[in-house]
Ligand binder design. Sequence first.
Ligand code: ZN
Length: 282
Amino acid sequence: MRIANLAGRLALVVDGLAVDVEQASGGLFSADPQAVYERWEDFRRWEAQAELPPGIAFDPAHLHAPAPAPRQIVAAGLNYRDHAAEAGFALPDTMPPVFTKFASSLTGPVTEVTLPPGGHTDWEIELVVVIGTRAHHVTADAAWGHVAGLTVGQDISERITQLEGPAPQFSLGKSFPGFAPTGPWLVTPDEFADPGDLELRGTVNGEQVQKSRTSDMIFSVPDLLARLSCVMPLLPGDLIFTGTPAGVGVAQNPQRQLAPGDELVSTIEGIGELRQRFVAQP
Ligand code: ZN
């Protein structure tokens, strides 16, 4: 199953066409895209037997974030060996470094992002997990059962803010407006042959800058959820950014950063793509 946030309304995406959930369910489920995660198991049961009306074609530019108002956004750093190496850090052994992207940075898949003046803005393609049912003290074996689905994310990062000062400011440097695009929709884990092994790819102006597979994570999705849930309950509709592989701009020699006019495209196999155009602050 694929669900999307089409212009602020929850939609099922069937064969590339959108079916409005509130209308198709006769009001049983609300149009609010965030509210569905509170009733995730009911929604899956309804969807499995629903007779849906024909869908309508839509413009991807009208999609918003599939989980637009999470109570928590958790992001993992250094979760791929090649990225930890390029960043010059030791591999985490019990827990990756964890930070947040503040919710005001969250957007849908096709956006224009203003570059912070004087900043060094960089890309990080990431698989994003959306929680379906509350997960607290869950085992890795049980963790996939708490996942609503997967979507594509960009952990856009302004490196000067992130790295200056006596201790790194990961959360602030990664939370400028528009720095957390997600989408284009949520895909449930059963849609993948192996939800733990998906190709991720990032391009800047058509040039490939990142390419890896989610099976290269140090802490796999279920392992990461189990470890996080030992500390904090993960709540329905929460987002987990799972880390980026090698190829970020700050690790290249010379360092690279995004410039006005650049287009960043982020693709994950079996899900879809994000498309960000960067502009200077007017
Ligand atoms: Zn990241």
